[in-house]
Design a binder for this molecule. Structure first.
Ligand SMILES: C[S@@+](CC[C@H](N)C(=O)[O-])C[C@H]1O[C@@H](n2cnc3c(N)ncnc32)[C@H](O)[C@@H]1O
Length: 221
């Protein structure tokens, strides 16, 4: 019997195959390319999503007809640009970033791409900002990509502030390979998975570091 774990990852994809399918399905876009290289250009950590994960976010948001979206962890705005592309006119993305320089670079990148009106970069820790943001909800999607030890806390906020049929998405859900270890961030990440599994229709997509995705289903569904 085939080992089910071998279905995870990219067993059959060479770098050339990955490059060809990326160019075929989501060809390069100048605004996105500028956002992708912005962390390196500004001496920031290069920890943004990959292009296929960005495209996946765009696709997921379009599938649920997202209008109002929250992102926790902006960096230079790469994932934010993928997500705002999915929104209709009048839709809005609030993206939260604790590092002042990251927030400033992201504002520039987002303005260069022409999306300043639809994206608000809020500077500060998500722990402080999220309670104030509740008034702008309910939201159609929440994407978590910041401090890993607090994913459970952010997930609970999302659960309370998403509309029925809304999406909760968390990157680095394998915690760089440390998910099952006895450490604080791993405990928080495991609680995030468990609470998502308990309250959402969910799965963890085997991207390089796991992308947990949950659909908030109505209580009586
Ligand atoms: C992995 S990066 C985000 C990458 C971005 N989503 C992308 O793919 O382009 C994580 C970001 O979260 C920010 N961050 C860390 N802790 C935070 C917090 N408590 N509140 C808001 N942002 C935080 C970091 O400064 C960093 O810029």
């Amino acid at each position: 019997m085939a080992d089910p774990s071998s279905r995870a990852g990219t067993r059959y994809a060479s770098a050339q195959i990955l490059d060809w399918v990326a160019r075929t399905h989501h060809p390069a876009d100048a605004g996105l390319n500028r956002a992708f290289v912005a962390p390196a250009a500004h001496g920031m950590p290069e920890i943004q999503l990959g292009p296929a994960e960005g495209r996946l976010l765009e696709l997921l948001l379009r599938l649920v007809g997202a209008r109002k979206v929250v992102e926790i962890g902006t960096l230079a705005g790469y994932s934010a640009l993928w997500m705002v592309r999915a929104l209709p006119p009048g839709g809005h993305l609030w993206t939260l970033e604790s590092d002042a320089e990251h927030a400033s670079v992201a504002r520039e990148v987002i303005a260069d791409a022409g999306y300043s009106q639809q994206v608000t970069v809020i500077e500060g820790s998500a722990v402080d900002i999220l309670p104030k943001l509740s008034d702008s909800g309910p939201f159609c999607a929440v994407f978590i990509d910041a401090d890993k030890a607090r994913y459970d806390r952010y997930g609970r906020w999302a659960s309370a502030n998403l509309r029925d049929g809304g999406l909760l998405i968390g990157d680095n859900a394998y915690l760089f390979g440390h998910l099952l270890e006895d450490r604080e961030d791993a405990g928080g990440m495991r609680r995030f998975h468990q609470e998502m599994a308990d309250h959402f229709l969910s799965l963890c997509i085997p991207t390089p570091d796991g992308l947990a995705v949950g659909l908030k289903v109505p209580r009586d569904a």
